[in-house]
Design a protein around this ligand. Sequence first.
Ligand SMILES: [Zn+2]
Length: 259
Amino acid sequence: MTAARTKALAPLLSLALLCAPPAAAQDEMSEAEAFVASNILHILLHEIGHAVIDQFALPVIGQEEDAADSFATLEVLTIYDDDVDILLDAAEAMLIMHDIAEAGGTPLDYFGVHDLDIQRGLRIVCHAVGIDPDRYDEAARWTEMDADQQQACAIEAETAIESWDALLEPYLREEGASAPPAPVTLEDSALPEMQTFLAESGMMADIASYVGETFRWPQVPALTAADCDEANAWYDPDRVEITLCYEFIDELFALAEQR
Ligand SMILES: [Zn+2]
């Protein structure tokens, strides 16, 4: 990483120290569980991206879903900078979802609010390689990213970091400031294995600490895991609540079997 890029990361880096990675828990996980945990982390950070945009009334130029994805990816790069698997797992899940849709003949939704899954997955790799080409060199090879594309991704990732830093700076707590965690609710589930996995991973508690300690929220978003009858996650601006569906966790385990 160049000195300039390290400097660009510095403001976001201050967030990092507030949130201890769930390394101990992940060490004891199976490969499939670690893959699912990586994806849950990226998904929750994506929803927190929506929450900061809403709560701080941030301007969004372009697709909000892209902004939420870049927030999640850049936060992972900052908070968990020694764990490349998190972003590789998140990217791989998107690529698997694309392959499944393609194999099933599902029409591509060019008017969707999200980019296509394959684009979202490759954008994660693009930002990761752009910011830390040495650590993610295998991902660049895996996705056949050439030198020009790597250069373009470095420029884009740096723009994304500078933009997020400028927008978030007024709302960051001072480093080391203590604040209560975001409220967490793990509702009972018809998929009890998913509920147990989420509870034992400690991820919701870690993310709740990060949410509470990092930002000066007008209203701290609540984090809820629930049965939803769909494999999804969302941020509800009226309730100021992030919901992660147990069905989504179940789907992630099914994706893990497709690897
Ligand atoms: Zn979203």
